[in-house]
Ligand binder design. Structure first.
Ligand SMILES: Nc1ncnc2c1ncn2[C@@H]1O[C@H](COP(=O)(O)OS(=O)(=O)O)[C@@H](OP(=O)(O)O)[C@H]1O
Length: 428
């Protein structure tokens, strides 16, 4: 069933590949049924699409329409800020409504389990938001109160080994378990010496962080039956799970699943660290992470496998490789257009403080310097590409909720509120 749901998300452009499989006619008929059912259930939503005929379904270019109702579960330290930036640029391109954190909040209540009331103007807007992508701890029944019934759900996972190291540095001053250990290897040598369940909310960063973000107990016992039940539930709640370690491949898969353009998924890597703030894990530490974070480890192994299987069963490896190359070429072009250095720079080298990413723990989070002589339109496009999470959240909040007090970041604004209003609904 999981495979069917995930395949149904891909539209019929990919059925050429499936047709090689014997199962195709059965899956095809079931998917047709699903499409019609979803058409019925989505009548309420302003973005619903009623497909006109069966022929239309069979012509990929016509049947494939960009999905505009999308929920991204923003997991921590998984390249999720890069995806948030992609989502926010898409919001502006189509003038969509985002479920933003209420008042001065920057997260949707995290680490509290998500409630619809954490969303700004939920009482007035109801189940009519198009996009939701700020950090939250997943709670399907409450998320469904906010998002339309035909919403596409996706998330991203990262190898728990590199994730734990990244989390350690970033939350060094915040998570009690990290604060009192000397370095990440010392922490992993005897985590129970530093990790106390009583501090469970702040310590979620120190063990099975992805499991926690998906709404589950990150201290639960590693029990096969329980793990299988959780994996099944995640498969039922999400159409697609991406893998940060194959980010470009993930973007191509996402583009196909959402029927978006290549330019919609072009990105500059955000929220990365300077190399001198990366700690080297010993081989023993790497092995220990697999045990200490065994729930995340199994989650990752499972969805890494699923990820590659979906690719094989939909677009195939050949198309994937070709499109990844296009993505990298286009990304390079944009970097040459926008950036004065062709790479991210440390906070001390950043010229525009308005574009400085949030700094945390022992990490030096990198940002970008834009070229000086860009025309206004190109400048706007480039600024959006490099805009960190907090600035973009605050900016969209000001545009979407002009009568509310803007989220205060203590950073210089890039534009006046008047310019913000006149920007929308133009793209970028
Ligand atoms: N495109 C792409 N490909 C691969 N890796 C990427 C990408 N974009 C961001 N990153 C890495 O993701 C880490 C930051 O993750 P998040 O943005 O999710 O962090 S946060 O929870 O929002 O603070 C951070 O990892 P570390 O550098 O190891 O800390 C980023 O370097």
């Amino acid at each position: 069933m999981r495979c069917l749901v995930q395949r149904a998300a891909f539209g019929f452009g990919q059925c050429k590949v499936w047709q090689r499989h014997i199962k195709c006619p059965i899956i095809f008929s079931l998917c047709l049924g699903l499409i019609f059912l979803s058409g019925f259930f989505h009548m309420k939503n302003k973005n619903y699409v009623i497909l006109k005929s069966h022929e239309e379904l069979l012509i990929p270019s016509m049947s494939c329409r960009a999905k505009t109702n999308v929920m991204f579960l923003k997991t921590h330290k998984t390249a999720s800020s890069t995806i948030l930036n992609i989502m926010f640029r898409f919001v502006e391109r189509y003038n969509l409504t985002v479920a933003l954190p209420a008042d001065q909040l920057m997260h949707l209540g995290y680490p509290k389990i998500f409630l619809a009331s954490f969303v700004e103007e939920f009482q007035a807007i109801g189940q009519n938001y198009n996009i939701m992508c700020n950090h939250l701890r997943f709670n399907p029944s409450e998320v469904k109160k906010v998002m339309a019934a035909n919403t596409f759900y996706f998330s991203i996972l990262r190898n728990p080994i590199s994730l734990l190291e990244s989390s350690y540095i970033y939350y060094k001053d915040y998570a009690p378990a990290f604060r009192i250990s000397k370095d990440v290897n010392e922490y992993l040598a005897s985590p129970m010496k530093y990790y106390h369940q009583a501090d469970y909310e702040q310590n979620s960063y120190a063990r099975n962080l992805m499991w926690f973000d998906f709404g589950y107990d990150n201290n639960a016992e590693d029990n096969e039956k329980y793990i299988q039940a959780v994996l099944k539930e995640i498969e039922q709640n999400f159409h697609l799970i991406l893998i940060a370690d194959y980010f470009d491949e993930s973007m191509i898969l996402l583009k196909h699943a959402l029927c978006w353009d290549l330019d919609d998924v072009i990105y500059f890597k955000l929220n990365s660290r300077s190399q001198d703030t990366v700690q080297t894990l010993t081989p023993e530490s790497k092995e220990r992470i697999k045990v200490w974070c065994s729930l995340d480890w199994k989650l990752y192994l499972h969805f890494n496998q699923t990820f590659w299987r979906i690719i094989e069963e939909t677009i195939g490896l050949e198309v994937l490789e070709k499109e990844v190359n296009h993505l990298r070429t286009r990304q390079k072009e944009l970097m040459e257009t926008c950036l004065s250095e062709q790479e991210a720079v440390g906070k001390e080298h950043m010229k525009s403080k308005g574009l400085l990413p949030f700094q945390s723990g022992a990490a030096n989070i990198l940002g970008y310097n834009l070229k000086q002589d860009l025309d206004n339109r190109t400048l706007r496009t480039c600024q959006k590409m490099v805009m960190p999470e907090l600035q973009y959240t605050s900016y969209l909040y000001a545009v979407q909720h002009p009568h509310k007090k803007r989220k205060q970041l203590g950073l210089p604004l890039l534009w006046t509120t008047f310019q913000e209003k006149t920007q929308l609904p133009t793209s970028n």
